[in-house]
Design a protein around this ligand. Structure first.
Ligand SMILES: Cc1cc2nc3c(=O)[nH]c(=O)nc-3n(C[C@H](O)[C@H](O)[C@H](O)COP(=O)(O)OP(=O)(O)OC[C@H]3O[C@@H](n4cnc5c(N)ncnc54)[C@H](O)[C@@H]3O)c2cc1C
Length: 416
């Protein structure tokens, strides 16, 4: 007879592992199935996590390899604005170490993790979810669970068949690691020619430099250009082959639940649409899923409408950020390099940075976005022409449902 777990989590990334640990801590029997041979193997991520998130979720301190307080913003014309925050606002973690420490914590709490096991099929029988997969050197195996959680990151292969939604779109994130020759500062480059619809970055991390790019198109030719232009040490090498690239889901995935099944993390679109960062929103989603799963098991409520509580709550907390971020990124992708340079001029001259210090929050961007729009609207003559034809965007932003969230600066935002 096949043993039945309370919960099977498909995907041993940070969100699945965190959720598994939290459930096991409450005495729930959890099995994590991960297709990679080792947790954290070959992860592509810059590893920036806001300090607030770190504290809230008591994330593994031993994975921290740096922190960020200052960042240089570089316009398409090459102008540099140096932004210094009053205190450091984010950590840079080693993602492999981070994931492995989350796994170790989950295991210590009683979670079973099977690596090298790729789930290939999921279906529901009367009282259970059946999860079939394969592992090299072993016959195919089916696991049974009362509840199945999809924490599969940017893989949506089971969503359609299980009746879950799909993300609105994808962007691409590409990155390489270089040896850090001399002390460098975090840097962000902007401009269509450099990173269409996105931005590029340099993040120092323990004698390494992560150089990456977010874009609506293949990042590799753009990243290669940046490497050749700004990093003489790599001039001679053909780089595209070394650039790792991954699609990042953008937009709410709904429904993110069905009877006995729910999706968390990137698999539910719980990702910042401004930057592509997904760890914090994914952990928030996991925290909400944890509460609903515990109740479901306690009361034997496995119907779809019960798990609907999960989606209702996570959308209440994240939807506004995700939708507003997406609109803003789309608008940004319409700007040409001249427009972006003009915005840099306004930013330098007109008190934008005090506003960032006051309203900016590493994880919650909507209040800052709305404040910046209002601020820019006070300088209509200096704005690029595109702003004058984009009233529609502002109108759309106004219609995003607003939910008060205690403890977040956004709670004080009003949309007029
Ligand atoms: C270049 C780049 C830089 C980034 N930088 C940051 C950053 O600085 N900060 C930040 O917050 N986010 C960043 N992100 C995004 C971040 O990496 C993701 O949002 C985050 O990893 C999502 O976590 P997750 O647990 O939901 O999914 P994942 O970390 O993707 O984990 C999903 C896991 O599921 C497994 N899996 C999938 N399908 C199956 C299957 N069929 N069977 C078994 N296992 C399966 C996968 O192997 C994987 O291990 C970056 C992304 C990119 C591409």
């Amino acid at each position: 007879m096949v043993a039945v777990s309370d919960v099977v989590v498909v995907g041993g990334g940070p969100v699945g592992l965190y959720l598994a640990g939290a459930l096991a801590e409450a005495g729930i029997e959890v099995l994590v199935l991960e297709r990679k041979q080792k947790i954290g193997q070959g992860v592509l991520c810059t590893g920036i996590i806001g300090q607030e998130a770190f504290d809230k979720f008591q994330l593994p301190q031993a994975s921290i390899e740096g922190s960020i307080q200052q960042v240089e913003l570089i316009s398409p014309a090459g102008e540099i604005i140096s932004y210094i925050h009053p205190h450091s606002f984010a950590y840079v973690v080693n993602r492999t170490v981070f994931d492995r420490l989350l796994a170790a914590r989950a295991q210590a709490l009683g979670v079973e993790i099977i690596t090298g096991f790729e789930v290939v099929e999921i279906w529901k029988s009367n009282r259970f979810v059946q999860i079939k997969g394969k592992r090299r050197g072993f016959p195919d195996r089916v696991y049974q669970a009362k509840i199945c959680v999809l924490a599969t990151g940017n893989s949506f292969r089971f969503h359609h068949q299980l009746g879950l939604g799909l993300p609105q779109e994808f962007v691409f994130g590409g990155q390489v690691e270089l040896p850090e020759r001399e002390k460098q500062r975090p840097r962000l480059w902007f401009g269509k020619a450099l990173a269409p619809g996105g931005f590029a970055w340099q993040i120092p991390q323990k004698k390494k430099l992560k150089v990456g790019l977010l874009s609506t198109t293949d990042t590799r030719p753009y990243l290669e250009r940046i490497l050749r232009k700004y990093y003489p040490q790599v001039k001679e090498q053909p780089f595209s082959a070394d650039i790792a690239q991954k699609a990042i889901a953008q937009g709410i995935v709904t429904p993110s639940f069905r009877e006995r099944v729910l999706a968390v993390g990137e698999a539910a679109g719980q990702v910042k649409t401004t930057t592509g960062g997904g760890i914090f929103y994914g952990l928030l989603g996991a925290e909400i899923a944890e509460g609903v799963i515990k109740k479901a098991l306690l009361t034997s409520s496995f119907r779809g409408n019960f798990f609907g509580l999960y989606e209702k709550e996570w959308r209440r907390r994240l939807e506004r950020e995700i939708r507003l971020g997406l609109i803003m990124r789309k608008f940004y992708s319409l700007l040409d390099d001249e427009d972006v340079s003009r915005l840099f001029d306004i930013a330098r001259d007109n008190g934008v940075f005090p506003l960032v210090q006051q309203k900016g929050n590493f994880d919650w961007h909507s209040q800052l976005i709305l404040s910046l729009i209002r601020h820019l609207a006070r300088h209509p003559r200096r704005l690029p022409p595109i702003f004058h034809i984009s009233r529609e965007i502002w109108k759309k932003a106004k219609h995003i449902p607003y939910q008060k969230r205690e403890g977040s600066p956004e709670a004080t935002t009003k949309i007029n």
